[in-house]
Design a binder for this molecule. Sequence first.
Ligand code: PMP
Length: 344
Amino acid sequence: MIERGENKEYLPIEGLAAFNKVTAELLFGADNPVIKQQRLATVQGLSGTGSLRLAGAFIERYFPGAKVLISSPTWGNHKNIFNDSRVPWSEYRYYDPKTVGLDFEGMIADIKAAPEGSFVLLHGCAHNPTGIDPTPEQWEKIADVIQEKNHIPFFDVAYQGFASGSLDTDAASVRLFAARGLELLVAQSYSKNLGLYAERIGAINVVCASSDAATRVKSQLKRIARPMYSNPPIHGARIVANVVGDPALFNEWKAEMEMMAGRIKGVRQKLYDNLTATDKSGKDWSFILKQIGMFSFTGLNKAQTENMTNKWHVYMTKDGRISLAGLSLAKCEYLSDAIIDSYH
Ligand code: PMP
């Protein structure tokens, strides 16, 4: 960077132009009409959290009284973000403990029952904490009810590329909604997929009905950002722009992501194989394989997670979530024995 003469002057309020361009293209695809028609307002944010917080302030200011619907359960910080933004929120059903899968009927019913024009927060891929994503057919149905009710989809994309190993596959949910011509919001994070946790690099994207609306939305997002933090940090933005802008680095990144996602899938398979080989109760463990991303819901309740910790010294969150990124193939058998013992 020194050789290139790059300095540490302030960025504009909306962030690094080269970053904003590539982040939008990674999300929507460079040829997407929302980009071609300039219907997109992209503002660099302080990673996923800061981008969600900007959106929270935007909703509070321009949609007074509008509610954000969040999945039950969801990433713990969502509630804090909307509380501090003074945006009312309520939950829609998502996790079904009976199947350790998606409560699709409950989800659809709750989205339908919400007041018209609510914001529906959706995890673009690799739902945290459950690891349970809707199927492409279910995404279509979710889009149908959102459209019917004039709701506004609001995506949190914290794991693009990290779920399936493909940036495009993991953005399919967002692109499906954009292709319907809906106005929508997307918060992005590069913490996980580029390992840039401490750089605080991400973006808030607002797809608008017209380029004129996008210009005005961007201007209002800047008005919100200015008194909050003035302007965002440059280092992480340059890293993302440089990686994506250099074909060799971009390919290296994509290959590494594929490897990471592949390793996690391998760990899932091994854990499933151990569980089915050892457990004689007839329990269906296929939910382990159906889930995606670094997190997995084991279906263990609080008392069972305590058995995991006290007897087996497996430390995990009390909601039954484990991180597969921290699990080696060599430890799958031990973990599977611990899970079976705690279940029964
Ligand atoms: N959304 C979800 C669903 C997450 O899991 C995370 C990180 N744990 C974030 C947003 C934000 O992370 P960051 O602020 O580091 O980008």
